[in-house]
Ligand binder design. Structure first.
Ligand code: NDP
Length: 631
């Protein structure tokens, strides 16, 4: 028997609700065995109950454990139905402890008067009303059960249970903003039955999910909710819930509300741009509750999310296997028609990889901005710059280059729109995180840092206006050929990617993530913002080693293109053009390709003022030495 065909049902409720009748019919319907929990009480409990004494929690422990074992044994087979009052949440936790699947909880509810009169009419089963009262007092109504009123006949309840199970959605999505909406449409268009939820904020956010469902034909089978518990109940178990809400405190707020409604083994997937350390923290917090948490980077923006994003999931591999079919269905396809989605690694590695993706993106964008500036000072208008860029070598082709060409061509009235956009760059923090993480790891990701600080500098618009008045710095056109400029661009991009993958390699070793860099490059060949011809080439190169700079094709490109990069940077400086990313590229290249560096002086200074010691080139033992510098 395939374990995925197995179903475990617990039918719960106070004595007299009809658990046995409904349970037997349900078992019959699914052709699985039925067990009455009362038959599993140890001798001691039976005697105690026969004496009219209620059972304590301690008395129940062994009994609940034996029912848990029963469920576990049958989970390996076709499953079973177990009737058990399970009035308290901790009883239910014990019943589903260590089960390899989430059981279905069926709660049969009825009023005290109805149950009491039923019990009175039941031969030989009369229960004193005070005992029934105490059951109602003890009852902790479950949040995560399918609930049915026992005023309905048992046959109808079973029909409703089956119907409910058939109607349940395979995949849930919380947060119907820009990305969430696109992902819902993407999933639904691939035939996945989804449940959608957006919070209800009176007067502001009302009926978001149901209005959205009405707007799109592909969502006709989707279920729409603005009540979280109903959304949760609408999902097949183990539930797979994708969060597409703003990173930070909103994720914690949603988890806090959601987690108590979930059952063991349910999976929460955070598709936002969360910080990888937050993801690791959330994963361990939720694992204590028996829930899985997958930190899942998603790139591609609104359109990517709709038509196929690049997806970077990290977390528990077993949980990933359950969501993999859905993620692969909606992901972009690479040139071999494989999904641009791969298991990245444990813990926060998915979000870390997405963070680095955004870091590379920052530098790619800044490089294009610097070249726009260079061509501008050469006197080219936006159309001419677009024309030059569109004729550039295939090796410089990328999504960001394509959109830059479109942007430059966009007119508004008699002018280009780009001339009307204020030159203050915003950011949402991922470049900042990447720069901090790279500093923490001790990896020189200088292009990412350069592009981040270039954005910050741009944001000081007022300062720039003021300083320009006292320190005018006239831009003058640089005298280099278009070919040289484009070669410099090509090499700076290569260096950006060398640094990016070096960063991932170091993180992988430090955090023991065993990242497959070639696979990561592969899922970045389509769907995401940094897709490019260069990325296509890196997939194979990274198969033969993680150190890109040592790859023969890369080193021969560097040899060929370096003179152009040096020349362009030198000319830019002479012409007062700020090119932080380009100059980081040539400085990195000069630094990494020279065996001799001036760091011996740094070591001497450190030893001089702080006795930090230094190693000697003439002592191969690696021993640390100290000098009394003033003696
Ligand atoms: P939006 O601002 O468009 O949508 C955010 C959603 O989160 C809304 O549905 C909002 O609900 C919901 N939300 C916010 N706070 C809460 C809360 N406290 N409780 C419940 N729901 C809440 O964001 P995006 O869709 O653009 O982005 C979502 C995530 O995806 C972010 O982490 C973002 O960084 C990431 N991302 C975005 C990309 C993009 O191109 N936009 C690309 C890749 C990742 P309500 O409408 O009620 O306010």
């Amino acid at each position: 028997m395939n374990n995925s065909d197995s179903r475990i049902f617990f039918i719960m409720g106070v004595s007299g609700v009809g658990k046995t009748t409904v349970g037997k019919l349900l078992a019959q319907n699914f052709n699985i065995p039925f067990f009455d929990g009362d038959d599993f009480h140890p001798e001691y409990n039976i005697k105690k109950m026969a004496g009219g004494h209620p059972l304590s929690d301690e008395d129940r422990l062994e009994w609940l454990k034996s029912l848990n074992k029963l469920a576990k044994d049958h989970a390996k087979e076709s499953g079973c139905v177990i009737a058990c009052s399970a009035l308290k949440e901790n009883y239910r936790n014990l019943l589903e402890d260590d089960l390899n699947q989430s059981p279905h909880w069926i709660y049969l509810e009825g009023s005290f008067d109805l149950i009491s009169s039923r019990l009175k009419n039941r031969k030989g089963h009369y229960m004193p009303s005070n005992l029934l009262h105490s059951q109602f007092d003890t009852l902790e109504i479950p949040d995560n059960a399918l609930t049915f009123n026992v005023e309905n006949p048992a046959e109808e309840i079973v029909e409703m249970i089956v119907q409910k199970l058939n109607d349940q959605a395979e995949f849930g999505l919380i947060g119907l903003g820009v990305m969430g909406k696109s992902l819902c449409r993407n999933l639904a268009s691939k035939g996945v039955k989804i449940s959608m939820f957006n919070r209800h904020v009176p007067g502001k956010e009302e009926n978001i999910a149901s209005d959205f469902k009405q707007q799109h034909k592909e969502l006709e089978n989707a279920l729409a909710f603005d009540e979280l518990h109903k959304f949760v109940s609408s999902l097949q178990q183990p539930r797979k819930i994708f969060l597409m809400v703003n990173a930070g405190s909103a994720i914690d707020a949603v988890i806090e509300e959601l987690a108590p409604l979930l059952s063991k083994n349910d999976i929460i997937i955070d598709g936002g741009n969360s910080h990888y350390e937050d993801t690791a923290r959330r994963e361990s917090l939720l694992s204590e509750k028996g829930l899985f948490f997958i930190g899942c980077g998603v790139s591609g923006g609104e359109e990517g999310a709709l038509k196929g994003p690049s997806i970077m999931p990290g977390g528990d591999l077993q949980a990933y296997d359950l969501i993999k079919p859905y993620l692969e269905k909606i992901a972009a396809r690479d040139k071999n028609d494989n999904a641009c989605c791969t298991y990245i690694g444990k813990s926060g590695s998915g979000h870390f990889t997405k963070m680095l993706h955004n870091g590379i993106e920052y530098a790619e964008m800044q490089l294009l901005a610097e070249f726009y500036q260079i061509f501008k000072t050469k006197g080219n208008n936006p159309d001419e710059i677009a024309e030059i860029l569109s004729k550039s070598d295939v090796d410089t082709q990328s999504y960001l280059l394509e959109i830059t060409i479109d942007i430059l061509k966009k007119r508004e009235g008699n002018d280009w729109l780009i001339h009307k956009i204020l030159d203050k760059a915003g950011n949402k923090g991922t470049g900042n995180w990447t720069t901090i993480a790279s500093a923490q790891l001790g990896v020189p990701s200088t292009l990412i840092a350069g592009s981040l600080f270039a954005r910050y500098l741009s944001a000081f618009k007022d300062d720039r206006d003021r300083v320009q008045n006292i320190l005018p710095s006239e831009l003058s056109a640089i005298e280099v050929s278009i070919d040289h400029i484009l070669e410099a661009y090509q090499l700076a991009r290569i260096i950006n990617h060398i640094q990016g993958f070096k960063f991932l390699k170091e993180a992988s070793e430090t955090y023991k993530w065993s990242l497959n860099l070639s696979e990561i490059a592969r899922i970045w060949t389509n769907g995401c913002i940094i897709r490019s011809e260069l990325m296509e080439k890196l997939v194979d190169m990274l198969k033969s080693g993680d150190d890109l700079i040592l790859h023969t094709e890369i080193s021969s490109s560097i040899k060929k293109l370096k003179p152009a990069l040096s020349k362009v940077v030198a000319k830019c400086i002479e012409s007062n053009i700020a090119v932080p990313c380009l100059s980081e590229a040539i400085n990195f290249l000069n630094g990494i390709s020279q065996a001799d560096s001036p760091a011996n002086l740094i070591q001497a200074q450190r030893d001089y003022f702080g006795a930090h010691t230094y190693q000697r080139v003439d002592d191969k033992s690696g021993k640390f030495h100290h000098t009394e510098w003033l003696k």
